[in-house]
Design a binder for this molecule. Structure first.
Ligand code: PMP
Ligand code: GLN
Length: 390
């Protein structure tokens, strides 16, 4: 299984970051920010280490962080969870996703995701023996601006359900496209999940990185909270992707099931980072909004620059990434282009095929994912180099 179909190889992010290092190329590939975390968050971790907070925390997570997660969900979304039984701390959203799918999906169960999808999803669904069903995110050029418009059809979402559907795994805001699912689409998912008695898992790691409209958590929609496992993490919200602190909120029975798996994966998660993330979650709204506003400016810097060079670009509503079509520049195959760019332009980007089953991106085979969570200087330099190359 995993060995045969290549999932034992380094992920595309590891491969392309290694190429950036090897060629001294600018890394617009892997999604990690150049910026430091908020000072109070960093200080809290250093302080925790100094005061000796370095041994195994409880498997479910430290009480202070579970309370902070519950308060954050209440403050931002009006969702109420019992921090004693309905919140679980994990080793990043990565472990939250793995433990959730491994705990809840039996061999032969169907799991629905969008396509493209974050590459881990397919790997874990395969580890669980699940059957992966996908709903396409479509793209078309906007007749006015010429930009790429990405969307997912509500009917297609409905149509993906069957009597074998165990879990629908929603990712909004979405990696790699930066799409935020519309409330009608989310409600259609909830209604179908109720009809088929399926569970919903929602990956909301980009919840605070939205540029225009507020994030809509699916758990807050009518009929959803009882059957939804909500997953998020500190990595993006506090610019600490290497800390690997994530969390799950769900009703107690589901949390208990996921703990049953998590205990054998990592048992517990990063002791000194837990109180620091609790500090972060309690910060004023302006701290979260300032990060999104800064990222929005970098989105515009990158998308405007790419458009001027001749790429067709998407203008994402959220997250770290834009999807750029290099077709107009004469290289229709993004897999080839991603291999050429590090040496020819000194820039690393991820071909969108990495987010498709069997690497077949279909209509998006000319599309690259480019990260704008990098410093302005890096983005400007990358644009200069791409312009010279084009
Ligand atoms: N889900 C999505 C959609 C992601 O983009 C990422 C990685 N950035 C993760 C999950 C993993 O999150 P973490 O780093 O908290 O494990
Ligand atoms: N989530 C990051 C991205 O999409 C990658 C994390 C990883 O390397 N696994 O770029």
């Amino acid at each position: 299984g995993l060995l045969k179909n290549g999932r034992a190889h380094p992920s595309v992010f590891a491969q392309m970051s290694a190429r950036a290092l090897a060629h001294g190329a600018l890394n617009l590939g892997q999604g990690f920010p150049d910026d430091p975390p908020p000072a109070a968050v960093a200080e809290a971790a250093i302080e925790a280490i100094r005061r000796g907070h370095n041994q195994y925390p409880p498997g479910i997570g430290e009480a202070g962080l579970r309370e902070a997660v519950a308060e954050h969900q209440a403050r931002w979304y009006g969702l109420h969870w019992d921090p004693a039984s309905e919140v679980l701390v994990t080793t990043g959203a990565t472990e939250a996703l793995a433990a959730t799918i491994l705990a809840l999906v039996e061999p032969g169960d169907e799991v629905i995701t969008l396509e493209p999808f974050y590459d881990q999803y397919a790997a874990i669904i395969a580890l669980a023996g699940g059957v992966h069903r996908t709903v396409p995110v479509t793209s078309r050029p906007d007749p006015g601006s010429g930009d790429l418009v990405l969307d997912v059809s509500t009917d297609a979402l409905r149509g993906a359900f069957s009597e074998r559907t165990r879990l629908v795994l929603v990712n909004t805001p979405h990696n790699p496209t930066g799409l935020m699912l519309r409330t009608e689409a989310l409600q259609a998912i909830v209604d179908e999940a109720v009809r088929h008695d399926a569970l919903i898992a929602t990956d909301e790691v980009y919840e605070h990185l939205s540029f225009a409209t507020a994030h809509q958590p699916i758990a807050a929609l009518p009929g959803a909270q009882d059957r939804t496992i909500s997953i998020s993490s500190a990595g993006k919200t506090f610019s600490v992707t290497g800390w690997k602190i994530g969390w799950i909120t769900a009703r107690a029975e589901l949390i208990t099931a996921v703990i049953g798996t998590k205990q054998w994966l990592t048992y517990s998660s990063g002791a000194p980072f837990q109180p620091a993330v609790a500090v972060g979650l309690g910060m004023p709204a302006s701290v979260f909004e300032d990060l999104a506003a800064e990222l929005r400016e970098r989105r515009d810097l990158l998308t405007d620059g790419l458009r001027e060079i001749g790429f067709r670009v998407s203008v994402p509503a959220a997250g770290y990434f834009t999807v750029a079509d290099a077709g107009p520049l004469g290289e229709p195959d993004a897999d080839v282009l991603a291999q050429r760019l590090p040496t020819e332009a000194g820039v690393v980007a991820i071909p969108l095929s990495a987010f498709y089953r069997d690497g077949d991106a279909g209509e998006a085979s000319g599309h690259l994912r480019m990260a704008f969570c990098k410093s302005r200087a890096t983005i400007e330099q990358a644009l200069e180099q791409l312009d010279a190359w084009a």
